[in-house]
Ligand binder design. Structure first.
Ligand SMILES: NC(=O)c1ccc[n+]([C@@H]2O[C@H](COP(=O)([O-])OP(=O)(O)OC[C@H]3O[C@@H](n4cnc5c(N)ncnc54)[C@H](OP(=O)(O)O)[C@@H]3O)[C@@H](O)[C@H]2O)c1
Length: 214
């Protein structure tokens, strides 16, 4: 079975996203750079998951970049023409985790926009999933509330494709507008991370979720 979604990376978000994809009934391909970790992840996911090493042919029409911000552009480069015509999902939070006090992106741009600039129209870049966490993705809900997944992008079709997966996985997709809204999606996580690591808010942790009510 050809996978509809390819995830780059085999870490924490890769696992949460793969579970989300499987919940949405989409076959998922994991491409990691660590063979044994990728194999373990694929085996633990069971039916609907396949995997390989980065460099193998990309199957999915949607490619999710589940790699740390400093590696995002390397990962895109390593995909070569595997990104052509794809929807490329950036989820990076370019927060300086040494102090949780600043974003490491230059002013006036965002991780997602940097990716879009790099791929020069060969793929449609969408920002999504940066406000959810692996454990909350796995659970699908926090405190009885289904998660919101905020989606930014300049291609309506690309956003619709990602939204369809999110909705089928019983999460709520929210289209927040053009790709430049990624700046706010990334900046809000600077604020949230700061609260999560603050001793003043012992109930805020990595299982916190951002949701607009109702
Ligand atoms: N964790 C969260 O709570 C969270 C929440 C929202 C968004 N995000 C974002 O999601 C992304 C992934 O975070 P994570 O928590 O899943 O990180 P992680 O657990 O550290 O996993 C990162 C994965 O990326 C792989 N990787 C690194 N460089 C690569 C490259 N050039 N090509 C292919 N694979 C590469 C790593 O491989 P190796 O094992 O070989 O190093 C690892 O499998 C980050 O951008 C992060 O900002 C994370």
């Amino acid at each position: 079975m050809t996978a509809e979604i390819t995830i780059i990376g085999s870490g924490r978000m890769a696992r949460g996203l793969a579970q989300t994809a499987i919940r949405a009934n989409r076959a998922v391909q994991i491409l990691g750079r660590n063979g044994s970790q990728t194999r373990d992840l694929v085996e633990s996911l069971g039916a609907g998951a396949s995997g390989g090493i980065v460099g193998a042919p990309v199957e999915g029409g949607i490619v999710m970049l589940a790699v740390p911000y400093p590696e995002v552009r390397n990962a895109v480069r390593e995909l070569g023409d595997g990104i052509d015509g794809r929807v490329l999902v950036d989820m990076a939070n370019p927060v300086d985790v040494s102090n949780f006090d600043r974003l490491v992106t230059p002013p006036g741009t965002s991780s997602a926009e940097e990716v879009a600039e790099m791929v020069e129209g060969r793929a449609d870049v969408v920002k999504a999933f940066n406000t959810v966490f692996p454990a909350t993705l796995e659970a699908g809900s926090v405190a009885g509330q289904h998660l919101d997944v905020f989606i930014a992008g300049d291609s309506e079709t690309a956003k619709e494709k990602v939204s369809a997966v999110v909705a089928k996985a019983r999460l709520r997709p929210i289209d927040v507008g053009p790709l430049r809204r990624s700046r706010e999606l990334e900046a809000i996580m600077l604020l949230i991370f700061g609260l999560q690591v603050s001793p003043a808010h012992e109930n805020f942790n990595w299982d916190t979720s951002l949701r607009i009510l109702p």
